[in-house]
Design a protein around this ligand. Structure first.
Ligand code: GDP
Ligand code: ZN
Length: 300
């Protein structure tokens, strides 16, 4: 399923986009059809198409609202990967924000790919990406005007369902247009004054990519960095800490201010990027704060 407007669903099938309505039975069952869902359809004599059923999902991107224990909302189905895009400049690379996007993907058990775009404006791309490569994430340095890194990025997108995300103005639409000119997404200049630039990406939800790929780029996924996390999810989102943590003095070390913390020591000795530890601590603190009200309240 590509997108939903009111009660109409846009589907992609064998190279064509078609319009369908939801079968009454599905409506009553309150089964939601999500972007990325594989659906079973029926074609009727009056030329109409209905969605009859939703196939089992292989993954589910979930949004957790901070502080609400029940606030988990499914957003997209069958997502194979989240491509987190940042810009080397304009807007400046924000490691905290990138780490948030990556952590949210990890919380949904969806692999992340980290992209540094606008590498024509700065020679820092490799340095910016290094912490993520070290953590085991695939990374790509790109530039749209110089057509740099587009081949490797296309390879990542081919045959997969990808959520494209990252701060506004980093060049997500430009990258997608460059990779697949037929897409023609609207792009816009980042305004110097506004905080994030204009919302220039069209409100469409998913685009077929190549013959069997899908790119999901919804406005709702733009703020993925604000999605809440559970404390345990935060720990899992920093895989490069795991090996280091075996050297911590305490088995249950949370890498905050504990003595003998091997993760803190790795930052001190330059083995681990300081921004990663800072992001981890901030996300953990946030997650614990959000978890507290209902934990101490007793009932869930
Ligand atoms: P989005 O909000 O992430 O979709 O960003 P856009 O694709 O709308 O791009 C925002 C602005 O950055 C536009 O003016 C683009 O032309 C520009 N831009 C995108 N990619 C690059 C790049 O690789 N290098 C440079 N110098 N500018 C870029
Ligand atoms: Zn530690």
């Amino acid at each position: 399923m590509l997108s939903k407007t009111g009660g109409r669903y846009r589907l992609y099938m064998d190279g064509t986009v078609l319009d369908a309505a939801l079968r009454g039975r599905l409506k009553q069952g309150r089964k939601r059809v999500l972007v990325g869902d594989l659906v079973r359809v029926a074609f009727h004599r009056d030329q109409s198409t209905t969605i009859e059923d939703v196939e089992p999902r292989r993954s589910l991107l979930r949004r957790r609202s901070p502080g609400r224990s029940h606030g988990v909302r499914p957003v997209a189905a069958n997502v194979d990967q989240v491509v987190v895009v940042g810009a080397a400049r304009e807007p400046a690379w924000d490691a905290q924000l990138i780490d948030r996007f990556v952590a949210v993907a990890a919380a949904s058990d969806v692999p992340a790919v980290v992209v540094a775009n606008k590498c024509d404006l700065s020679d820092t791309c490799e340095t910016l990406l290094h912490p993520y490569a070290q953590a085991g994430y695939p990374v790509v340095a790109t530039s749209v005007p110089e057509q740099r890194g587009l081949g490797p990025l296309r390879t990542h997108l081919t045959g997969r369902t990808t959520v494209f995300t990252g701060p506004t103005g980093v060049g997500k639409s430009s990258l997608l247009n460059a990779l697949q000119p037929g897409l023609r997404l609207r792009t816009g200049a980042v305004s110097a004054k506004s905080k994030g630039g204009r919302h220039t990406t069209v409100a469409a939800e998913a685009y077929p990519f190549g013959s069997d790929g899908l790119v999901v780029d919804t406005p709702g996924l733009r703020d993925i960095g604000l999605w809440g996390l559970e404390p345990l999810e935060v720990a899992a989102a920093f895989p490069e800490f795991a090996e280091l943590a075996s050297g911590c003095r305490f088995d249950d070390c949370r890498h905050l201010e504990e003595p003998g913390c091997a993760v803190s020591a790795a930052v001190a000795s330059g083995v681990l990027a300081k921004t990663r530890l800072t992001s981890y601590r901030r996300l953990l603190e946030e997650a614990e704060q959000a978890a507290r009200p209902w934990k101490s309240g007793g009932s869930r």
